[in-house]
Design a protein. Structure first.
Length: 489
């Protein structure tokens, strides 16, 4: 008899109601699609909003500072997964945490839309970062809860989930970019808020079909602990405010702060897991296996997330976006990668599902993905120099390699994290995965400060070669990493 999944246990007929996957995947697919619509729609116009002059509707911030803010904000999104995961495991459960987090995201977009000038950025970006962190950690963990550990549909299911993310990422920049060009930046931010509202409505309708385990608080706080943690959160907020007040933290060094906070949080999280008395030897070995994957993932994302810093600036200044008498909005370049994802994600999902146990192991996928990411940066080198001299088609070719790299590393990364995670720390292990993306994203903002449109060769060459070396090193270490994974593929 075939088996199916309910609350992670075999129960009978296998649920294949959504393209061969469990039906609740459709709801998580939809809410993440709308959340990514709002997230990438806003992010597609964020950098140019920061550095465009006031006459063009922007804030007039320097390009290096603007890139640092975007990198810090992106890193903070993934850093906030710690809090989102902790709330899920200790206070609210995954299902309720996702709902409240999505509501906070919507409030952040509304703030960007209605508050003037830098006030909107100061209020809106922290709210979006906080809410998006809660959505990301819990939506991913909830997808993992739909499958038993041995279910070979898992990677294919994550690939479909990833396609939903990219449908939203494709449509978002197109619509917000059009509104920004024709109505102004604040209209674009407002549209992002509308998209998140649709996501909340859709999620509310389908909440009852989610597995019961997603409503359970895995490790609830004791009453005596609640005040202590609440005071800790207040103290953290006070410290951050004080750092801004004395000038030690400002817009110019935000990405540095996020990098070091992420490094400290990551070390702390690994120490917490590896020293926990609740872990068996096998579980501890699997956490150790995650360490090299964490490092390689951070390197990958430090290149990939430059789509929102260096590639955005490159598209604004170097790419010829004119077609006849019409000029394509800068943000529309951000929709090229999602188009490739939408086309290729089902292909990758089908290939992994067809290969089953014969597919490459996760460390191999990580190594190949990072090498491809390095090659993508090297492909900038032969492109012509000068203002508005690069064709959109040429840039699309580079972004195609971005996409291939992403599909090798990102969906399998989400999947392997849920497989390596100890049961007691499931959502927090997902948060640790997102910490590697936080580190990489913040690093992308810091690296972007070194980008000079008038002297690009060294920048693209060095960064591309470093990524290739890191990916190759992981491929050479596949055997010991697989041994630490203790049977996880």
């Amino acid at each position: 008899m075939s088996t199916s999944l309910k609350d992670g246990e075999p129960t009978g007929e296998l649920d294949r109601g959504f393209f061969g996957q469990p039906r609740p995947l459709a709801n998580l697919f939809g809410v993440e699609m709308w959340e990514r619509f709002s997230f990438y729609g806003m992010q597609g116009i964020l950098l140019i909003y920061l550095y465009y002059s006031a006459a063009d509707g922007g804030l007039g911030i320097s390009k290096s500072t603007a890139s640092g803010i975007v990198g810090a904000y992106g890193g903070a999104v993934y850093l906030a997964t710690i809090l989102g995961a902790w709330l899920a495991d200790r206070v609210l459960g995954r299902e309720r945490t996702l709902f409240y987090a999505a509501s906070i995201v919507m409030l952040g977009h509304i703030s960007l839309a209605v508050l003037p000038d830098r006030a909107g950025v100061a209020v809106g970006l922290p709210l979006i970062a906080l809410g998006s962190g809660g959505v990301k950690a819990n939506a991913t963990s909830m997808v993992g809860s739909l499958y038993a550990p041995e279910d070979e549909r898992r990677d294919a299911g994550f690939s479909l989930f990833y396609m939903g993310i990219n449908i939203g990422a494709f449509i978002g920049p197109l619509l917000t970019g059009w509104f920004q060009e024709n109505k102004g930046f604040h209209w674009g931010f407002g549209l992002a808020a509308v998209g998140m509202f649709f996501g909340l409505v859709q999620y509310t309708v389908g909440r009852r079909r989610l597995p019961e385990e997603t409503r359970v608080v895995a490790n609830p706080l004791e009453p005596s602990e609640r005040l202590r943690y609440a005071l800790g959160l207040v103290a953290f907020a006070v410290v951050v405010a004080a750092l801004f007040a004395v000038g030690w933290m400002d817009a110019g060094n935000l990405s540095d702060w996020v990098i070091w906070i992420t490094v400290a949080a990551s070390i702390g999280y690994f120490a917490l897991l590896l020293t926990s008395s609740h872990l068996s030897d096998v579980q501890r070995s699997r956490v150790w296996a995650f360490v090299p994957l964490f490092v390689v993932n951070a390197v990958f994302w430090s290149l990939y997330q430059q789509q929102f810093t260096v590639v955005t600036q490159y598209s604004d200044e170097r790419v010829d976006r004119t077609f006849g008498g019409w000029t394509m909005p800068v943000s529309w370049v951000q929709s090229i990668n999602p188009v490739f994802i939408i086309v290729l994600a089902p292909v990758f999902a089908a290939v992994w599902q067809r290969l089953g146990p014969r597919q490459p192991s996760t460390p191999v996928k990580f190594g190949v993905g990072t090498i491809l990411m390095g090659i993508a940066f090297l492909l900038f080198l032969p492109l012509p120099t000068g203002e508005n001299t690069v064709s959109v088609v040429a840039l699309a070719g580079v972004l195609l390699v971005f996409t291939l790299a992403e599909l090798f590393i990102s969906p399998p990364g989400l999947s392997v994290t849920t497989k390596l995670a100890p049961a007691l720390y499931n959502t927090q292990m997902v948060a640790l995965y997102f910490l590697s993306i936080a580190l990489g994203t913040a690093m992308s903002g810091r690296l972007a400060a070194y980008y000079d449109p008038n002297d690009e060769t060294g920048y693209f060459l060095i960064i591309g070669l470093v990524a290739i070396v890191v990916g190759a090193a992981l491929l050479l270490a596949v055997r010991p990493v697989r041994k630490l994974m203790a049977g996880v593929h």
